[in-house]
Design a protein around this ligand. Structure first.
Ligand code: NAP
Ligand code: MG
Length: 403
């Protein structure tokens, strides 16, 4: 047995819930710990522990990512009324991802993993499409109100010097709903820079789209800030790299993305990115083949899978039934974090290991051995669906061969 790879600084490990928690343990035990002397600062974000700690564990984990710069996160339950009952919760805790993003700020980049034998539903997509999602504000930090009877709803801004600005939102004649949301120039600026830097890094074109024709102040501010920063800081660099930046309306972007061959980064506001990344992931094959990384303006990285805790599979697992859950996106969260740790610490063996683990993970699929979600859409002639454990074993065998 070769000596294990050593790490200088730790990565922050955020454990999570349900089926992904089960897979998390398997990935660590089968694919990482036998090869790497893993240094990790561990936080248990499982719903039970979030409840016990009054969600302090989520805040501590986010601050640890600020300290160590690299985190890897397992999918977590965002509680709703049914989960309150199921887990006998003290409170309907907020989405951990929302809490972490609010602390780290930044942009989420989601990229599909392309593999031989899985063809995108959109036939002309031959290159991956990365969704860059602004991770601060808008409806994720909104204030909502239900109006029950006739009322005048106003937007009131009180400046520190006492100056007051009012605008009527609506004169309600009967019941209805109302929402106030915000964003910050500073956050939009860091969103823009994160996108421009990422595009230069990947040498991919950058598209940005909002609805500025309708939202003439809110969305227009996004458009203006992007244009300003592009013209002043990035235009020459983009020309040099031979890549393009352009702005267009979101409905136009949707149509053009579908007709494209892929290969671009598509920057979206928070909600647009939430929705569009699910569409892009599904059209590329499977939610389980979508990676996700949160990049903060001060250079912190949090890697995760784009999918949730795969509840239906977990309930089957609890009943002792066989499951065929795809671990690829969760493995790529780990490889993303280990590679970034390697880059920051100039640890070449760690970077190489991450690359090898990615190759070893995709090899079985290319050879026709895959989980059920992929077997359903693969066009390989002699494909075979296996269960979660068998699939991970295939990866382990491949990894041992490569290493
Ligand atoms: P989900 O866990 O992503 O699962 C939706 C469906 O997609 C699954 O039922 C499964 O389809 C398929 N799927 C997703 N990942 C898969 C994988 N790795 N392998 C095979 N199939 C996979 O989303 P959800 O059911 O809406 O949410 C479940 C829980 O996850 C919720 O409590 C939610 O709050 C949480 N969530 C967390 C995050 C996060 O932490 N980032 C993100 C989204 C949701 P079939 O059942 O048809 O096989
Ligand atoms: Mg979503």
């Amino acid at each position: 047995m070769k000596e294990k790879i050593k790490m200088t600084n730790p990565i922050v490990e955020l454990n999570g819930d349900e089926m992904t928690r089960i897979i998390w343990k398997m990935i660590k035990e089968m694919l990482i710990e036998p090869f790497v002397e893993l240094k990790a600062e561990y936080y248990d974000l499982g719903l039970k522990n979030r409840d016990i700690t009054d969600d302090q564990v989520t805040i501590d984990a986010a601050n640890a990512i600020k300290k160590y710069k690299v985190g890897v996160k397992c999918a977590t339950i965002t509680p709703n009324a049914q989960r309150m009952e199921e887990y006998k919760l003290k409170k309907m805790w907020k989405s951990p991802n929302g809490t972490i993003r609010a602390i780290l700020d930044g942009t989420v980049f989601r990229t599909p993993i392309i593999v031989k034998g899985i063809r995108p539903l959109v036939g002309n997509w031959v290159k991956p499409i990365t969704i860059a999602r602004h991770a601060y504000g808008d409806i994720y930090k909104d204030v909502e109100y239900r109006v029950e009877k006739s009322a005048k709803a106003e937007l009131v801004i009180t400046y520190e010097n006492g100056e007051v600005v009012r605008q009527t939102v609506h004169d309600f004649k009967g019941p209805g709903v109302l929402m106030g949301m915000h964003n910050l120039d500073a956050s939009i600026e860091s969103f823009a820079r994160a996108c421009f830097n990422y595009a230069l890094n990947q040498k991919h074109d950058l598209w940005f789209a909002t609805k500025d024709t309708i939202s003439k102040t809110y969305d227009h501010t996004f458009k203006d800030i992007f244009n300003h920063i592009y013209e002043n800081e990035y235009k020459d660099k983009f020309n040099e790299a031979g890549i393009e930046y352009f702005y267009t309306l979101i409905d136009d972007a949707v149509a053009r993305v579908i007709r494209s061959e892929g290969g671009m980064i598509w920057a979206c506001k928070n909600y647009d990115g939430d929705v569009m990344s699910d569409m892009v992931a599904t059209a590329f094959g499977s939610l389980a083949m979508m990676t996700s990384v949160l990049v903060s303006p001060d250079g912190n990285y949090e890697y995760e899978a784009a999918h949730g805790t795969v509840t239906r599979h977990y309930y089957k697992y609890l009943k002792g039934e066989e499951t065929s859950t795809n671990p690829i996106a969760t493995i790529f969260a780990w490889t993303g974090a280990l590679r970034k740790r390697g880059e920051l610490d100039e640890n070449k063996s760690l970077i190489k290991f991450a690359e090898k683990l990615e190759v070893a993970s995709l090899k079985p699929i290319e050879n026709g051995i895959m989980t059920k979600d992929l077997a359903m859409i693969s066009n390989l002639p002699n494909k075979k669906a296996v269960n979660t454990k068998e699939f991970l074993n295939e990866i382990k065998n491949n990894l041992e061969k490569i290493i």
